[in-house]
Ligand binder design. Structure first.
Ligand code: G3H
Ligand code: 13P
Ligand code: ZN
Length: 315
């Protein structure tokens, strides 16, 4: 069942966070639904601009509609990840997405508000909710490269004004994470001090954490042992998700970790079975491994086991 994030965030606020997982193909989608149903978790499917053009945006929509039929128990939102204004408007017009992210965080403050408000007005007219971003993550985002050294954390003093004037429904905050597999150097980590200040100014308002893959070291080691080269990869400690949830984070974005599962499965498969060439053989292993990975992640997020309560609240 496709829902907006509004009710999901209300139910989760202060208690747990929903996993927001990027998908690009049928195998990821099957593993995602299987993992969320197995762990009885509501969830958010994220589609990036790159994912929309990988096969075709209609292909992804069709895959998700099919998964909804295959797993009738599932409760999820369909969300555009890191949209520009044009892509947001396209998703709003499609009638398929229940949530969009407008990412104008690379623009000057006033311009960010202006663009976000235009998207909010169009989305709300269709019953669609909007995530916006204030501050900039380190690393490489879809349409903007930000030097880690210059990454700008969210300014808590701007948060209330931004939310009030843009009308957004949730706020992606930059609190020290970055996208990809190489997040922190040295003792860097999540800036809970900044999150505390944001929550003080926006009590009860849903916050979003991007760049939240954990980059498990055992996964990286297996990839490297099977021919990969991912030296120095490092991610967010998944044991910190619950603390973030207590501080108002209701959505935690995870993409890179799923890519690592895919890479490990396929590298190991072709190393161990060099004579094979049926794409379905590693595909089957991947779907099962991805489902296990998703279920384990939902346990860390606290969303596992919440499905019955969410279904009851949705009526
Ligand atoms: O934040 C970006 C997500 O990981 C999506 O990545 O733009 O390569 O699909 P992508
Ligand atoms: P990761 O690269 O840490 O998985 O972050 C994904 C993300 O923020 C998608 O918007
Ligand atoms: Zn992101």
């Amino acid at each position: 069942m496709i829902v907006t994030t509004k009710k999901l965030f209300e139910l989760a606020y202060g208690k747990y966070a929903l996993g927001a997982y990027n998908i690009n193909n049928a195998e990821q989608t099957m593993g995602l639904f299987r993992g969320c149903v197995d762990s009885q978790a509501p969830f958010i499917i994220q589609i990036s601009k790159g994912a929309r053009s990988y096969t075709d945006k209609l292909m992804l929509e069709a895959i998700i509609r099919a998964a909804d039929q295959i797993f009738p128990q599932a409760v999820f939102a369909v969300h555009l990840d890191h949209g520009d204004e044009k892509t947001c408007m396209d998703c709003i017009a499609s009638g398929f997405y229940s949530s969009v992210m407008i990412d104008a965080s690379h623009e000057a403050y006033e311009k960010n508000i202006e663009i976000t408000k235009r998207v909010v007005d169009a989305a709300h007219a269709r019953g669609i909710v909007v995530e916006a971003e204030l501050g900039q993550l380190g690393g490489v985002e879809e349409h903007v490269a930000v030097d880690e050294a210059n990454a700008k954390l969210t300014d808590p003093n701007q948060a209330k004004d931004f939310v009030t004037r843009s009308g957004c429904d949730s706020l992606a905050c930059a609190i020290g994470t970055s996208h990809g597999a190489f997040k922190f150097s040295g003792t860097q980590g999540l800036r809970f001090d900044v999150l505390v200040e944001i929550q003080k100014r926006l009590p009860g308002f849903p916050l979003v954490m991007h760049g939240s893959s954990s980059v498990p070291q055992e996964e990286v080691a297996r990839i490297n042992a099977a021919g990969g080269r991912l030296a120095g990869a490092k991610g967010v400690d998944a044991n910190q998700f619950r603390r973030a949830a207590e501080l108002g984070v209701t959505k935690i974005n995870i993409d890179t970790d799923g890519r690592l599962v895919w890479t490990r499965v396929h590298r190991e498969f072709f190393r161990d079975f060099p004579e094979k060439f049926d794409l379905r053989d590693p595909g089957k292993v991947f779907m099962a491994e991805y489902a296990r990975f998703i279920a384990a992640k939902n346990e860390k997020l606290g969303s596992a086991g919440q499905l019955a309560a969410v279904r009851a609240a949705l009526g």
